[in-house]
Unconditional design. Structure first.
Length: 455
């Protein structure tokens, strides 16, 4: 049956129309996301508002999934623009196409280019806190120092993993850990990978202690030869100059930001995954620093929305990358940060090397406050229903949205896909909310992701 046009007003405005006015069952807290596909009512949604104000989800995060070309990136850009209106800065930590550069520029944000010959990012960058460290309480200073050390060790181990396509040994991780501690005492500035390499080559006693060289310097050289070669290769080998020095353009926490990594060739998978991991680590490190400064009363407190697109590219880089990704991203609720992860299908996660990694990757979906699904093929439903409860009607809806568009036999032009802009918002085992995302005219100019195909 046709759905009549719906109008919304306050109880004072529409009280004379009773009993023809009814309450809506869709959430009215957050960014106006679109129209309910069945009732036509307005649906508001964003992970921060649903967590902080409406208490509808237990975790301020959303996991977006859907086939390419159906509007995932446009929907996320819509959230970014809506949250910007209420003072939430968004961080797009690794834009591969790029999909978000134009929007961030329109919002007055910062575009940071990272790539060979474009700009460097220091994997050991600890964020903005060292400049204000002297003003922080001693306990908070210690917590931040230990957090920065942990992030540096995780990133170094991840880069070694990606450079070799094999994880570092326990002994090598202990050597890296001790080398970073040495640098923390030696340097006033942020260390770089070259500094770590110098410490490994200098063989100080406390590093030799964890290398277990039995008092033999020759034995130490044999133990660290492989690690030394890997660190040297990071500075000029397959990663080029991307990690060879200090971060070229430091992040500004007072406005939206996007890391434009679109110059990296998609076939250079190791560098692509390494840069994504660095951007994610750097972004979360900066947020931790901002929260510490706010706790000390030095700056105003802000909430951030972190967008992590194409996560499958980093996760597929090798066995164990899921653990490193999890270590970087797990604490979003404790840090007052909303989080959006984006991928195409469950196959992106199910194609990981081991069952252990696949189970952990499914955990990203299971822990998300909300799962937002676009059109998906029927073959996805078996894997998806392991992580998200979907009724048969909901499954049929998602598979119907992935059908191909129709052709106009008169003009020869292709119409819009049936699932364009349509999403199902799932929270736990509750019935999903089917919604058609509505873009305003001011958004259309920054939602063209096919510019290179235009004359």
């Amino acid at each position: 049956m046709p759905v009549p046009q719906e109008w919304r007003g306050t109880s004072m405005q529409v009280c004379g129309l009773w009993p023809f006015s009814i309450g809506s069952g869709t959430p009215m807290v957050g960014v106006p996301f679109g129209r309910h596909l069945l009732t036509g009512s307005t649906v508001c949604f964003d992970p921060i508002s649903w967590f902080k104000r409406a208490h509808l989800i237990a975790n301020p995060s959303a996991f977006f999934m859907g086939l390419p070309g159906l509007g995932k990136s446009s929907a996320v850009r819509h959230l970014i623009m809506g949250l910007a209106a209420v003072g939430v800065h968004s961080m797009v930590l690794g834009d591969l196409k790029p999909d978000y550069v134009d929007l961030v520029r329109v919002l007055g944000g910062q575009v940071i280019e990272v790539g060979r010959g474009r700009g460097r990012i220091n994997p050991l960058d600890s964020g903005a806190w060292p400049a204000s460290a002297g003003d922080l309480p001693r306990k908070l200073r210690k917590e931040l120092r230990e957090d920065a050390h942990g992030r540096r060790l995780t990133m170094l181990s991840s880069l070694v993993h990606l450079a070799r396509n094999a994880p570092p040994t326990d002994r090598e991780e202990a050597i890296l850990d001790r080398a970073l501690l040495v640098l923390g005492k030696r340097l006033e500035r942020t260390p770089v990978i070259g500094d770590v390499l110098d410490v490994v080559r200098q063989a100080p006693d406390n590093v030799r202690e964890v290398a277990i060289d039995r008092g033999s310097l020759d034995r130490y050289r044999d133990i660290t030869e492989g690690l030394e070669a890997t660190l040297a290769g990071m500075l000029s080998g397959r990663f080029g100059d991307v990690f060879s020095g200090q971060t070229t353009t430091p992040m500004d926490l007072d406005r939206p930001v996007v890391f434009d990594v679109s110059s990296i060739n998609e076939n250079d998978k190791a560098l692509e995954a390494a840069v994504l991991m660095c951007c994610w680590s750097y972004g979360f490190g900066q947020i931790n620093a901002a929260n510490a400064l706010a706790d000390a009363g030095l700056v105003a407190r802000r909430h951030y929305l972190v967008v992590m697109d194409e996560i499958w590219r980093a996760l597929r880089a090798g066995h164990g990358m899921v653990d490193r990704f999890d270590a970087i991203t797990r604490l979003n609720r404790a840090t007052g940060t909303g989080q959006v992860m984006i991928t195409h299908t469950m196959k992106d996660l199910e194609s990981l090397a081991s069952e252990e990694d696949r189970a952990k990757a499914r955990g990203f979906i299971e822990r998300a406050g909300a799962v937002v699904c676009g059109g998906l093929p029927g073959t996805e439903m078996t894997a998806l229903t392991k992580a998200v409860t979907l009724s048969r009607v909901e499954q049929d809806m998602l598979t119907g949205w992935q059908d191909p568009p129709t052709w106009d036999s008169t003009t020869g032009e292709e119409g819009d896909p049936p699932g364009l802009g349509k999403f199902l918002i799932k929270v736990g085992g509750r019935p999903g909310i089917p919604v058609k995302v509505t873009l305003t005219p001011s958004e259309l100019d920054v939602n063209d992701t096919n510019k290179r195909w235009q004359a």
